[in-house]
Design a protein. Structure first.
Length: 353
């Protein structure tokens, strides 16, 4: 029998406790080549901001890094791995994997060799049904521990029911699940599926619902486990939204943890800023245009703050929607406590060295 890969003890503690894990963007030059200096600067920003992990090679990093004409998957993971060498041992190193079973396993092997702790498994696989997705996850899970991913249908994710998540969570190497269907019903189905697996105590729940961060972090899910009724919660977030305002996100998560422990003032504070977070996300993620500007929106926020030089994406058709840059400037001004402007201004030159 193949041994089940396990997390480093420090990473396991961080993941279980709950952490801010930004989905790492891709810094490009005007000719759409990797901008190594700014790519490193982004990693340095996230670590300095107090992130508990980094997720690299995920949707926000752009799936196109895997295309042969770019060949950026391993170089991008390697840059982040180098920046993580001097980081605290508790920082969780997560790599995104995609494609069919052979591709996903090969990418997991690259991540393992670069020192990553776990892999986030994209469910976006052409022609794959639920059984095929589960078989693929089992194969990848023989290489590194797994983080499940419920990707919203608007950007190509499949609908995954409670039975799927029960089967997925039953895979011994699954250590966490990211819920990002942008749908309350589907989020509940995921939580109930994890509960039904009998492994809820071994699997950390992370929100990826960028449009309802506060709601997820405040929610209690009353579920039936095999040994009786329990309450489950999201302990952290693995989010594209937290690729901006990361230091503020650390404070948001700390507030959520205090609220969960019974701090009424923290509970009310998170409730008050919940709609502000949604407004911020609406500007950055561009839902009014079917998320056309989602990646470019993250880039634009970072460009306005001086971390990126431009908003270029590997796909030249990916750009901002009309008026989106102005909306991002508006929310920067409206919610300074959520955007890290002063923190970045103080340190950006240091990170760019």
């Amino acid at each position: 029998m193949t041994a089940v890969p396990v997390l480093r003890a420090e990473a396991a503690q961080t993941l279980a406790r709950g952490a801010v894990i930004p989905a790492h963007p891709l810094a490009l030059t005007a000719d759409r080549r990797l901008d190594e200096r700014r790519q490193r600067a982004l990693s340095r920003y996230y670590l300095a901001a107090g992130a508990g992990g980094l997720a690299v090679g995920v949707h926000t990093t752009q799936f196109e890094i895997r295309d042969p004409e770019h060949g950026l998957y391993e170089p991008v993971l390697a840059l982040a791995a180098e920046e993580l060498q001097a980081a605290d041992a508790g920082i969780v190193r997560i790599a995104g994997v995609a494609g069919d079973t052979a591709q996903a396993v090969a990418e997991a092997e690259v991540a393992r060799d670069l020192g990553y702790d776990a892999v986030l498994v994209s469910p976006r696989v052409a022609g794959a049904d639920n059984a095929a997705l589960l078989d693929r996850a089992r194969a990848v899970g023989e290489v590194l521990p797994l983080v499940g991913f419920y990707l919203q249908t608007a950007i190509g994710g499949p609908v995954l029911d409670r039975d799927f998540w029960c089967e997925f969570a039953s895979i011994p190497s699954v250590v966490a699940v990211k819920a990002a269907p942008f749908d309350r019903y589907r989020t509940l189905e995921l939580v109930r599926g994890v509960a039904a697996s009998g492994r809820a105590d071994e699997i950390a729940l992370y929100t990826g619902n960028d449009d309802s961060i506060a709601t997820d972090l405040l929610s209690e899910f009353h579920v039936e486990l095999p040994d009786g009724p329990r309450t489950l919660r999201f302990v952290g977030g693995l989010l594209g939204q937290w690729a901006v305002g990361t230091r503020a996100a650390v404070e948001v998560l700390d507030t959520a943890h205090r609220a969960a422990a019974g701090d009424l003032e923290a509970y009310h504070r998170l409730g008050r800023i919940g709609s502000d977070l949604v407004d911020l996300n609406q500007a950055v993620f561009d839902p009014g245009n079917d998320f056309h500007g989602v990646i470019a929106g993250v880039h634009e926020m970072l460009r306005q703050q001086g971390l990126l030089e431009g908003i270029w994406c590997l796909d030249p058709n990916e750009s901002l929607s009309p008026g989106q840059a102005e909306e991002i400037a508006r929310v920067r001004g409206a919610y300074p406590e959520l955007n890290d402007d002063a923190f970045i201004a103080e340190h950006v030159e240091e990170w760019l060295r």
